[in-house]
Ligand binder design. Structure first.
Ligand code: ZN
Length: 244
């Protein structure tokens, strides 16, 4: 039995969490999920109470209410991805391995649901990778595929670049002068290997053809508009724009 009064979250002692979880279990309302998010995964910060909530989240993810399942999966993935960023180690999250397995299975099952909205699909795909231990994708995949852009730096000249992939077009530009741009070079889907192959086949098999196409850009190549050096996109995304 979890002693919540000994744990903390973003606003202090976590003894209010059991009541919130009970309420959420009975009436899954969006504002209650928001309350849980801000207590347990506050602007990228996580707390001991965040980890203690993983079994409850895994329990919800095993349910049949799709919205509740997706909410639980996405919050659990955000907690685990933030744990990595906040300096927690694999040892800290190891006790929750069974929950991560259950959450992974729930995420994958929801991916195959018919007519999964594309945005939800992207978050579920990123969550699935997070539960497998590839936590950096939790931000990197939605960043590019739903917001339509990545910030990156040129590996050769360190220019700050913006990679755009949405209705504006598919190109890389200098971050402070979008007038200088070069078209992206998507990989031929037949040449995809490894993770790119797996994600492409998953999206394609689930009828998410638009996402499959976007993945050929994420796993493709680009050229720096300043120095013309070519590079592999996945090796540069997730690198903060002010770093070398
Ligand atoms: Zn360059």
């Amino acid at each position: 039995m979890t002693d919540w009064s000994r744990l903390t979250h973003a606003y202090g002692p976590a003894d209010d969490i059991p009541a919130l979880l009970k309420q959420l279990g009975e009436q899954p309302r969006a504002e209650l999920w928001n309350d849980l998010w801000s207590a347990l995964c506050h602007q990228g910060g996580v707390y001991d109470a965040s980890f203690a909530a993983l079994p409850w989240l895994a329990g919800q993810a095993a349910g049949t209410d799709r919205e509740q399942v997706v909410n639980a999966v996405v919050l659990a993935a955000a907690i685990l991805a933030a744990a990595d960023d906040c300096g927690y180690t694999a040892e800290d999250t190891a006790p929750y391995a069974p929950e991560q397995d259950a959450l992974r299975a729930a995420a994958e099952q929801q991916l195959h649901a018919r007519r999964c909205p594309p945005l939800e699909y992207i978050y579920l795909m990123a969550a699935m990778l997070t539960f497998e231990g590839q936590t950096h994708w939790n931000e990197d995949l939605p960043a590019g595929l739903s917001d339509g852009e990545y910030e990156l730096t040129c590996p050769a000249c360190s220019a700050a670049l913006l990679m755009v992939l949405d209705e504006r077009g598919f190109y890389v530009a200098e971050a402070d002068d979008e007038g200088w741009s070069r078209p992206l070079r998507p990989i031929d889907a037949a040449r995809l290997e490894g993770l790119g192959r797996r994600l492409y086949d998953l999206a394609d098999g689930d009828g998410q053809h638009e996402i499959a196409t976007l993945l050929t850009f994420v796993f493709g190549e680009a050229d720096c508009p300043r120095c013309e050096a070519g590079f592999v996109v996945t090796e540069r995304i997730g690198v903060p724009i002010d770093e070398d």
